[in-house]
Write a protein that binds this ligand. Structure first.
Ligand SMILES: *Cc1c(COP(=O)(O)O)cnc(C)c1O
Length: 398
């Protein structure tokens, strides 16, 4: 190992940089998870996490990566052979579909081009044709981390209602929770899946199911096999501030701090910050003469930007140069986008100057790798940030 002076720039779209305050909150001896001290913190976290999902209903917290919470959403609400309608936004939607099939569910994909969010009209059309209500759930990824495209969940809800269809709505917010506006209750979502290591600024290891009353009702008759993921025991224990098995104690202390930090900044400000960084990043990409993968401006993500590679150099060679020369990690293209794109993560504990450092690393990397581009991306991003800051200052003064 060689020492690299200064902070590593971890600009993949998750896991993200963990702020010192969260690290300090977790830096403590392991404790009795059946004792009163833990119980007081757990009660606070189990209430606090609801505000992040914008729900008044319970949120289940698993010691697991996001994939575990994907599985939990399905096994708690569905029965073998149930048909699930999923939308192909990209790599993560495809993985969720594969997982559903391994569980013994039937799946149907609405095909997508990996450059747009979900088309709610197409979902509505398909549901209207399902007069017998064979489809039991609709699954959509809110922020498709492999493409940087956001799906309009409120619109999907409206399409389901307009079709008069009773299917459950399940949404993956693993890379948008705590960075993009997301409203579990207002958008009528039945199960929201989240993870700790992206917008929540924590290390990997926690994942979530926010659940509606309708989802809880469905769980009472659903017959897919489940034990570790079962909601009923978890809900009963959580009521008292405890868990049915050993929780990830120290990560929960980190989550307690992260929730506090998100509220100190204010959720509206957190969302505005991510939107600003998305806009500034896209301005840089445009100035470089490169193309943003997400083809629909209304679907552009505030938490990451995927950039198509021009010319002969592969995206992985560019990322390698940037890692070796500037100690910055960027996200790779996944499955069919491998080597064709690179992804800039701008979510979590991240500010205007970290963005400028990040974009500076990309611009120098393009130059060092001989990738055809124009100069001035960082300048374009700075112009967006300065004008946004001036606008916010004027609004605050009014
Ligand atoms: C990261 C991610 C996942 C996978 O989560 P793991 O914690 O790696 O299991 C799933 N969906 C989306 C949208 C993601 O960004």
């Amino acid at each position: 190992m060689t020492y690299h002076a200064g902070r590593h720039f971890l600009q993949i779209p998750g896991p993200t940089n963990v702020p010192d305050r969260v690290l300090r909150a977790m830096d403590m001896p392991t404790m009795d998870h059946r004792g009163p001290e833990f119980q007081a913190m757990a009660k606070r976290v189990l209430t606090g996490i609801r505000t992040i999902f914008q729900t008044e209903n319970p949120v289940i917290i698993y010691p697991a990566s996001g994939t575990g919470a994907w599985e939990a959403a399905l096994v708690n609400t569905l029965s073998p052979g149930d048909l699930v309608l999923m939308y192909e936004t990209g790599h993560f939607a495809s993985l969720w579909k594969k997982l559903a099939e391994k569980l013994g569910l039937k799946t149907e994909f609405i095909a997508g081009d990996w450059r747009h969010g979900a088309d709610s009209a197409a979902i509505g059309e398909r549901l209207k044709k399902d007069a017998g209500h064979e489809i039991k759930a609709v699954c959509v990824v809110h922020n498709e981390t492999s493409t940087g495209c956001v799906s309009q969940i409120g619109e999907v809800r409206k399409a389901i209602d307009a079709a008069g269809h009773p299917a459950l709505l399940m949404v993956d917010t693993i890379s948008s929770l705590g960075s993009l506006d997301y409203r579990h209750d207002a958008w009528g979502v039945d199960v929201t899946v989240g993870g700790s290591q992206k917008g929540l600024m924590l290390p990997p290891g926690l994942s979530f199911n926010a659940i509606s009353n309708k989802a809880i009702e469905a769980s009472k008759t659903a017959s897919l096999a489940r034990s570790y993921w079962a909601w009923d025991e978890m809900l009963a224990m959580n009521d008292k501030g405890f868990f049915p098995f050993t929780p990830a104690t120290n990560l929960l202390y980190g989550l307690d701090a992260a929730i506090e930090m998100l509220h100190e900044e204010g959720l509206a400000n957190v969302f505005a910050r991510h939107q600003r960084h998305g806009a500034a990043t896209r301005a840089a990409v445009e100035a470089w003469g490169l193309e943003v993968l997400c083809a629909e401006p209304a679907h552009h993500s505030g938490s990451l930007t995927a950039v198509l590679m021009p010319g002969e150099t592969g995206a992985d060679a560019l990322r390698k140069t940037i890692l070796e020369r500037f100690d910055m990690s960027l996200g790779a293209g996944l499955s069919k986008l491998a080597d064709k794109i690179f992804r800039i993560g701008h979510l979590g504990d991240f500010n205007d100057l970290t963005l400028i450092g990040t974009l500076g690393g990309v611009e120098m990397g393009l130059e060092a790798s001989g990738v055809p581009h124009q100069k001035g991306g960082v300048d374009a991003a700075m112009a967006v940030l300065v004008s946004a800051t001036a606008k916010e200052a004027r609004q605050a003064a009014e």
